[in-house]
Design a protein around this ligand. Structure first.
Ligand code: FAD
Length: 406
């Protein structure tokens, strides 16, 4: 019976443990937290967006996003749904492909997975930090802060540095490097952004819907419509998280990053000026601040007028056509320089990681070291928001588990 060590009891580690044990391996999970699956519990605001029915490699970033294709085919949605049923977990499938546990509680996912893992005979050692992994001839030595054990196979499922408060570490990269693996520079993703502006902090707490355009080195790279929320440090909201992967990657490469907000995305951009003219014509005797408050949040209006260099109490009828055009332009394209992300502590995931060029995507085994495997977020693969990160964690975990059990 092959002895297998899994470093990290997160999504991919638990999945791999289950499949390896079912295939006949003697499996031990090492988890340095006091319990496994902390990110599963925190995910999707406690609901766990567990998978996406539509996932393809195009939902992922990394040096080679197509690395995920084989895994996603092996664990396609129908297979995953059947698997969930087999462990007693029912799913709520949304129209856009996102799936949640039917209970709407992330806890259900962890409870079902943990009981399947325990039924399969996996040994889980919590409060146990792996500090080094070495290989002598045909076996690996796994060193923890308590002891050292020998194994035939080792899976590095330590995840990324995102959300260290949930136990995230960069240890997986250190282990991989010690075996000669290349690590692509890591960066926070699905994360809030820091802005350089006079006023964003004064709008902290203001939430609205906008179309956000991401601009990198002067070129428009992405456009997303959704919620934005101004904050003391900059800006957050789902639309911001959605553009954050590319923004953060560009910042890592020292590119110039900015965002442009269209504050009235429900209207055609070309018609904005005439719509505003019409509104102004019907409230010609109001001051411009009052007039715009019928369209936009009052706090936003205050700082939009400041950026347009128009005094708040100017009577609408006295605005020049140039001023009206300037306002319409700002409402449709309010630009902010992005200086940084809000960091790994606030990020859901991380880009970069163990180079996929040195890992076999059909087995998740290292191409450099026989018996060494990598799954999930420790790899240079990062998914969009919408269940794609768990999707790859489950899929890569299953493949590695089956392989290690052979
Ligand atoms: C707040 C939040 C919400 C999220 N929501 C979603 C969502 O709804 N849908 C989605 O698809 N994705 C979501 N994600 C991302 C998702 O959680 C991860 O992509 C996924 O958990 C990655 O799985 P993994 O197995 O690679 O790593 P993890 O699940 O992070 O597991 C790694 C494990 O390794 C342990 N570990 C690290 N170093 C050591 C060591 N030296 N020794 C022992 N143990 C160690 C860690 O404690 C951890 O338990 C969210 C992430 C966060 C932070």
């Amino acid at each position: 019976m092959k002895k297998t060590a899994i470093i990290g009891g997160g999504a991919s580690g638990l999945m791999a443990a289950l499949f390896a044990a079912r295939a006949g391996a003697n499996v031990t999970i090492y988890e340095h937290n006091n319990s496994v699956g902390k990110k599963i519990l925190a995910s999707g605001n406690g609901r766990c967006n567990i998978i996406n029915t539509t996932a393809t490699y195009e939902d992922y970033a990394g040096a080679d996003p197509q690395f995920v294709t084989y895994a996603l085919k092996q664990l396609n949605f129908h297979y995953f749904e059947k698997f969930c049923h087999s462990i007693g977990l029912l799913l709520d499938i949304k129209d856009d492909g996102r799936c949640y546990p039917l209970s709407n509680e992330a806890k259900s996912v962890l409870i079902a997975l943990k009981s399947a893992v325990s039924e399969a005979g996996v040994k889980i050692i919590t409060d146990s930090k792996v500090t080094a992994i070495t290989k002598n001839d045909s076996h690996f030595n796994v060193q923890t802060d308590q002891d050292k054990q020998r194994y035939n196979n080792v899976l590095i499922a330590t995840g990324s540095q995102a959300a260290p408060q949930l136990g995230a570490t960069a240890d997986g990269y250190t282990f991989a490097r010690s075996f000669g693996h290349e690590i692509l520079p890591t960066y926070p993703s699905l994360v809030q952004l820091h802005l350089n502006s006079r006023n964003h902090h004064k709008m902290a707490g203001v939430k609205t819907t906008a179309e956000v355009t991401l601009i990198i080195d002067g070129k428009s790279k992405d456009k997303v419509q959704g919620d934005i929320l101004f904050a003391a440090y900059g800006i957050s909201g789902l639309a911001i998280l959605d553009i954050s992967q590319r923004a953060s990657h560009a910042l890592l490469h020292k590119q110039r990053v900015s965002i442009s907000l269209n504050l009235l995305p429900h209207y055609d951009r070309g018609e904005l000026a005439s719509i505003i003219e019409k509104v102004f014509a019907s409230v010609a005797q109001h001051d411009v601040h009052t007039a715009l408050c019928g369209l936009l949040s009052a706090k936003i209006v205050t700082y939009l007028l400041e950026d347009a260099a128009i005094t708040q109490n100017t009577t609408v009828s006295t605005l020049s056509p140039k001023d009206v055009k300037k306002l319409a332009h700002l409402i449709g394209e309010w630009k902010f320089e992005v200086t940084d992300t809000h960091g790994f502590k606030h990020a859901e995931v991380s880009g970069g990681g163990v180079s996929t060029a040195q890992v076999n995507n059909k087995t998740m085994e290292s191409k450099l070291v026989e018996g060494l495997y990598f799954t999930g977020e420790v790899l240079d693969i990062v998914g969009r928001r919408g269940g794609y990160n768990f999707n790859f964690a489950w899929a890569s975990g299953m493949i590695a588990g089956k392989e290690m059990g052979k």
